[in-house]
Design a protein around this ligand. Structure first.
Ligand code: ADP
Ligand code: MG
Length: 322
């Protein structure tokens, strides 16, 4: 199959799913022509996965589609945005029908789950590399930014932390397949972008980002804007029952703090706004856990067995060694 036939066969079939009213011209022309809804701002982000760098060779193509889009859409969640359009750049060693069928099926599955439309892309030959650019909408000047945390704000996270790192450990160690390891592997490959939660936080959170590099490192990005500090309670870290049964509590806390790729949201919010937000979080049955607060003294300190330990944003050894 030549390149054009391949694009047509696997990618042009994108179904209309109600989120694509703004697509004037989709796949097939030199550019997509898109209309942003009146009175909305466009938010854009791109993510790339390179074989051997971001994933192991021979990773199943459906998992790659999930991982690629999950990470990209999570950036939209972190802005409080409504997902809309995707462009896809594929560099493939060869046009492998089995691979493409599996990849594109999963891709369309994720797109319809998040009500997004594939509007274009690029296909080239070379070492396996996947890029997805995502586009979404926010009300003017209402996007959740990394800048804005204030002293005394609560620090909160969505979902549970460390599962993705535990899932990676299952893969690297070839752990036997059971309910626990399957759950953790799935958390690694299939991130769940917190789109709804991000939207609920608009107008409430003072700063927000998604956790891709690990809670400590990412939290540090929120602190950098105001030379602020953070105090966290290690016992408040939300841990899944799967991670608790997979490793001991200290290991689970380490992975929760610095594991990375959880694609949960970390945000700051004033105590008053936190109070105001409760009703809508409960209505939507969204899991959000306060884990600490913003302080004026710079650095990150963690309360562990009643005493405070200073940690480096990226080095967890410090914490483990104390
Ligand atoms: P051009 O040479 O003008 O850049 P291409 O031949 O690369 O156009 O692509 C033809 C059409 O197919 C364009 O609309 C492009 O956006 C789309 N396209 C190419 N590759 C992909 C892909 N992997 N996924 C979705 N659309 C794609
Ligand atoms: Mg062209």
């Amino acid at each position: 199959m030549d390149e054009f036939a391949l694009i047509n066969h696997y990618f042009r079939t994108a179904k209309r799913n109600g989120a694509d009213q703004g697509v004037i011209q989709g796949i097939g022309d030199d550019c997509a022509v898109l209309s942003v809804p009146a009175g909305q701002q466009l938010v854009v982000s791109i993510d790339t996965l390179v074989e051997g760098v971001h994933f192991l060779p021979d990773t199943a193509p459906d998992l790659l589609a999930w991982r690629l889009l999950g990470a990209a859409i999570s950036d939209l969640a972190a802005m409080g945005a409504t997902p809309a359009w995707v462009t896809l750049a594929l560099t493939l060693p060869k046009a492998d029908d089995v691979w493409l069928a599996s990849f594109s099926t999963a891709l369309h599955e994720v797109l319809s789950l998040y009500r997004m439309t594939l509007v274009g892309g690029d296909t080239t030959r070379g070492p396996l590399t996947l890029s997805a650019q995502v586009h979404g909408f926010v009300e003017p000047d209402r996007a959740l930014l990394r800048q804005g945390a204030q002293v005394d704000d609560l620090i909160c996270v969505t979902g549970t932390l460390g599962d993705s790192r535990a899932g990676l450990a299952c893969l690297l160690d070839n752990s036997p397949v059971n309910a626990v390891t399957s759950y953790l592997r799935e958390r690694f490959y299939k991130p769940t972008p917190r789109i709804l939660t991000g939207q609920l936080l608009v107008g409430y959170a003072s700063a927000c980002l998604d956790i891709s590099d690990g809670l400590l490192g990412d939290l540090n990005h929120l602190l950098e804007y105001g030379s602020l500090g953070a105090e966290l309670d290690s016992e408040a870290l939300p841990l899944s029952s799967a991670i608790r049964s997979f490793v001991d509590e200290l290991q689970a806390q380490e992975w929760a703090l610095s594991g990375g790729e959880d694609f949960e949201l970390c945000f700051t919010i004033s105590p008053e706004q936190w109070h105001q937000l409760q009703a809508s979080l409960q209505t939507h049955n969204v899991q959000v856990t306060p884990i600490g607060r913003i302080v004026s003294q710079s650095g990150i300190r963690i309360k562990k067995n009643g005493s405070w330990v200073q940690v480096q944003p990226n080095g967890f050894n410090h914490f483990a060694g104390e």
